[in-house]
Design a protein around this ligand. Structure first.
Ligand code: SER
Length: 643
């Protein structure tokens, strides 16, 4: 079965069980998602991420049963890319219950909960995909101080005929999913594994042998909302997560979130040794054989295969990211894209044809995903080629430095071509952690590549020391990014009120400074709002006062916050402001703040996912605490409310 058939089969299976098919959200979450209550993440890392507001209770326009194929990007496993199962970009097939329907006692009686979810997963695997039931293993949550052993899931598996010695109990570290950020929806899960080596002896713990077992599906039962016990303590300790006390409260709405990794399932269905031998990757591997790593054949030599795999993975991810509107650059997300391309270029420099054009990969990727994704950005290949040129300079510089280090250590002299190095003295040297770290930091040379290069010349690297430096560096950059990015948009009544204050502020700024003002960022904590907007000058004291007065006036008028769903064109016509992203379909949510239900009389109208206060009087009063620059042409306001 190929990828196209798998996508169709999956969506059809759940559609015929009452699920509405929704389209994939962008890989690059926008401010709308942030405003609607998700921790700001750089990328969509799981199918649940774009759905968080709905998992927390906001009504979804398509109802409570949904199914989708979400494109995702994760870079935390980037050093494992090149093995059999890890990718940066991947697709996640999911079926969702947004509390459908709320069963009388919340758990397990009727509705769409564990029994339905697990039974459907099993039926899909065995009846539709024709997997051998004897090769399926599962795990359930073992229980701990926060939540009990998931006996219900255990019993459902037993009833479906799963022998007890193929049901494993794992702790939270393995069998619990979420929240996406530090707080939010989460819960125990049950995971399904497939035995890729049916001839191997007897049932063993699937987590103990990642070569033999592939994790194929994860059914998450979102029953809990994780909260932080002492927000103040946490802020003081900044990134020191271990000192943070979490507690778990049952979610009002019990949700189901399942995620089946597309590439891994294809590997199983196509009986492939790795995800790279499936139909979503083979055309890319062939392209690389023909155009880039022309001196090599895939499947002969492990370290060269790794170069093929890393390049295929990273270029595919880059194509999707650029298609979602991202450009390579030096900031946050853009930098991730730059590094992906840079790592691919490094592989090309090491093993490939120097002159080959990586941008040609775009038409290959488009071919693989024809009919499943629209590639609307027309210059993706130019962007990749241009970035490749820049990367070649950086990687070239790294290699020059490396060669010098080797040569001054008395090692062999570099000869380009089939083998990396000419024959010469080997370097019986351990290369310092600092060298490894600098090559990574300044030129993007990953640690495993430097290790490989060191081996090539008969030396090794101080891996332990380098990892130590990496860890230190990661900690300090995490701290820095937490300071600038902040933590969560907290889902509480307080945050909802501050969110309403944000809309009032937005409109007041437009009234007082002019209609060039529009939101460029927003971030809400329990204590304050932060609002970034386009404007060229510092606000005068008088302007700040006027803005405050305008918002306070609207609070005094006790206006109601209304929500209306309407076609996008109508919202545009009525002058609603804010961002719009086509992924929400033709119908959009508008929140408007008005004295009567008539939207024309509204003070503020914005596209938004909520949540909000019910009326402005709940805010009590509004106070701007700081106004500052947030970059060229952008101002930032911090404000609080007393309500
Ligand atoms: N959120 C879960 C995962 O990403 C299931 O979709 O594995």
């Amino acid at each position: 079965m190929n990828s196209v058939e798998l996508r169709q089969k999956y969506l059809k299976f759940f559609e015929s069980r009452g699920h509405k098919i929704i389209s994939s959200a962008s890989l690059v979450p926008d401010e709308l998602v942030e405003l609607s209550g998700t921790q700001r993440v750089l990328f969509t890392t799981a199918g649940m991420h774009p759905l968080v507001p709905y998992l927390l209770g906001a009504p979804h326009l398509e109802g409570q049963r949904l199914t989708n194929i979400q494109r995702c990007l994760r870079t935390d496993d980037i050093d494992q890319v090149g093995d059999a199962v890890h990718n940066t970009f991947f697709e996640m097939l999911g079926n969702w219950s947004l509390g459908d329907p709320a069963s009388p006692d919340g758990v397990g009686l009727g509705g769409y909960w564990k029994k339905e979810t697990i039974t459907w997963s099993y039926e899909f695997l065995v009846n539709e995909l024709k997997l051998d039931p004897k090769r399926i293993y599962v795990s359930v949550f073992a229980g701990d101080k926060d939540a009990p052993f998931d006996e219900e899931s255990f019993n459902i598996w037993v009833k479906l005929g799963m022998p007890k010695d193929r049901i494993f109990k794992y702790p939270k570290k393995d069998n619990w999913w979420g929240p996406v950020g530090e707080t939010g929806p989460c819960g125990p899960d049950t995971e399904m594994f497939y035995d890729m080596d049916p001839k191997a002896a007897g049932p063993i713990d699937p987590s103990s042998d990642s070569n033999r077992f592939v994790e194929i599906w994860n059914d998450v039962f979102m029953q809990y909302d994780r909260k932080i016990k002492n927000e103040k303590l946490k802020m003081k300790n900044d990134s020191n997560a271990s000192s943070v006390n979490y507690y778990y409260v049952p979610l009002k709405q019990k949700n189901v979130d399942t995620g089946m990794g597309m590439e891994r399932m294809l590997m199983v269905l196509q009986n492939a040794p790795s995800v790279y031998e499936t139909d979503v990757f083979l055309p890319l591997i062939k392209f690389l054989e023909k155009e880039v790593f022309v001196k090599f054949k895939y499947g002969r030599e492990e370290r060269v295969d790794k170069a093929f795999r890393i390049t295929a993975d990273h270029l595919r991810a880059a194509v999707f990211l650029i298609n979602d509107g991202l450009k390579p650059g030096n900031k946050e997300r853009q930098y991730v894209l730059r590094r992906l391309i840079r790592r691919a270029v490094l592989q090309k420099e090491l093993w490939g044809e120097k002159k080959s054009k990586l941008g040609k990969v775009v038409s290959v990727v488009e071919g693989v995903y024809k009919g499943s994704y629209n590639f609307s950005v027309t210059n993706i290949s130019n962007i990749i080629d241009e970035e490749t040129r820049k990367a070649e300079v950086a990687v070239g510089a790294a290699m020059k430095i490396w060669r010098k280090i080797v040569e001054t250590s008395g090692g062999p002299v570099f000869i380009p071509g089939r083998s990396l190095w000419g024959v010469g003295e080997s370097v019986k040297r351990t290369f310092d952690a600092k060298i490894v770290f600098d090559l990574y930091q300044n030129y993007g040379l990953p640690i495993e590549i430097t290790a490989e290069l060191a081996r090539e010349v008969g030396g090794k690297i101080d891996r332990g020391g380098a990892l130590e430096l990496f860890k230190k560096h990661q900690e300090s950059s995490r701290k820095a990014s937490q300071k600038t990015k902040g933590g969560l948009v907290v889902q509480t009544e307080q945050a909802a009120k501050l969110h309403t204050a944000t809309h009032l502020l937005h409109q007041a700024l437009r009234d007082i400074l002019g209609h060039h003002v529009h939101q460029t960022g927003s971030h809400i904590t329990e204590e304050r709002l932060r609002f970034d907007f386009s404007h060229n000058e510092k606000l005068s004291d008088d302007q700040i006062k006027k803005v405050e007065e305008s918002v306070n006036q609207k609070i005094k008028e006790n206006l109601t916050v209304y929500k209306k769903t309407m076609p996008r064109e109508e919202a545009d016509r009525l002058g609603a402001i804010g961002l719009f992203d086509e992924k929400y379909g033709d119908l959009v949510n508008i929140y408007y703040i008005a004295g009567t239900e008539d939207m024309k009389s509204a003070f503020s109208k914005e596209f938004c996912g909520g949540p909000h206060a019910t009326s402005t009087s709940e805010l009590k009063s509004f106070n701007i605490i700081k106004e500052e620059s947030a970059g060229s042409g952008i101002r930032r306001i911090y404000a609080t409310i007393s309500g």
